[in-house]
Design a protein around this ligand. Structure first.
Ligand code: NAP
Length: 253
């Protein structure tokens, strides 16, 4: 049977997979949630926007005769990942996740691990600080509960309104480098970095910069995801497509 892939995107890894899949001439659709104003162009047909929950995704998979789903969403896109597992089970097609290992601290890092966003907000209780809130735009409002701090925000798109009462927005799209992030944190007199344990190379410059500057990091742990087959590079995905069941690791994150 001809393969027809649905790649759930929004990450550097998804774009890398799209290039490999396109170069192989494999039929595939690349899906974006539609969070970013101008998403990266892809060498595959692109669709944008939610599917409408598990039922909507099931309908999409059937209507488009999708044979394989590759979940290459961000490790914190827990809802989409959970929907993908459920929908593939219902339709009876295989799913693989293309993901990246979580970051681990070196002996010179000063990380404080917290379980989730609520715990990160609670951990900011205390005297005013200059905080680099490196979380993207989706959970910013929750930090209004700790409005004593000055927040530096780095966002892909300029926000319509000031997301927090006492903040400064830098509009930039990764990947970032250590020298640039050291300069950014020095310029803004950053005292604490708050970030999600996204893993990967494109966003890790801020951690290397924080270590270099001797700054503490509040590190938000990954959400728990359903059991699924996971891979960490596009070559493994291609092998899985050629020989289903032979590659990847069964795990939840
Ligand atoms: P989420 O909470 O898991 O998903 C919320 C809803 O957005 C999903 O239920 C789905 O809507 C829709 N959605 C998410 N990813 C989609 C995709 N690739 N294609 C079509 N619909 C999608 O996800 P999120 O945290 O909002 O992240 C949204 C997107 O941004 C993801 O694609 C992710 O890869 C990317 N991203 C996220 C983060 C992050 O920190 N969360 C960081 C960088 C990039 P329906 O239920 O209607 O299908």
């Amino acid at each position: 049977m001809t393969q027809s892939l649905l790649i759930l995107g929004g990450t550097t890894e998804a774009s890398a997979l799209a290039r490999v899949v396109a170069s192989r001439g494999i039929r595939a659709v690349f899906s974006y949630a539609g969070r970013v104003g101008a998403p990266r162009a892809q060498p595959l047909p692109v669709r944008v926007g939610g599917f409408g929950g598990v039922d909507g995704l099931v309908a999409y998979l059937r209507a488009n005769a999708i044979t394989h789903v590759i979940d290459a969403t961000h490790p914190f896109a827990a809802q989409m990942s959970s929907h993908a597992v459920q929908a593939c089970n219902i339709v009876g097609i295989p799913l693989a996740a293309l993901t990246r290992p979580a970051w681990v601290p070196t002996k010179d890092d000063q990380w404080r691990d917290v379980a989730d966003m609520d715990a990160a907000v609670a951990a900011l209780e205390g005297a005013p600080k200059r905080v680099f809130l490196a979380l993207g735009r989706m959970h910013l409002a929750e930090f209004a509960a700790q409005s004593q701090h000055h927040y530096l925000l780095r966002l892909i798109d300029a926000p319509d309104a000031t997301p927090l009462p006492n903040c400064e927005v830098v509009v930039a799209r990764g990947p970032f480098n250590v020298e640039g992030d050291i300069a950014l944190m020095r310029h803004h007199k950053t005292e604490l970095v708050v970030c999600k344990n996204a893993g990967g190379s494109g966003a890790r410059a801020k951690l290397d910069a924080a270590r270099n500057l001797g700054l503490p990091v509040l590190m938000i742990a990954r959400p728990v995801l359903p059991q699924r087959t996971e891979m960490t590079n596009p070559a493994e995905v291609l092998q899985w497509l050629d020989h289903p069941g032979t590659e990847g690791t069964e795990r939840g994150v």
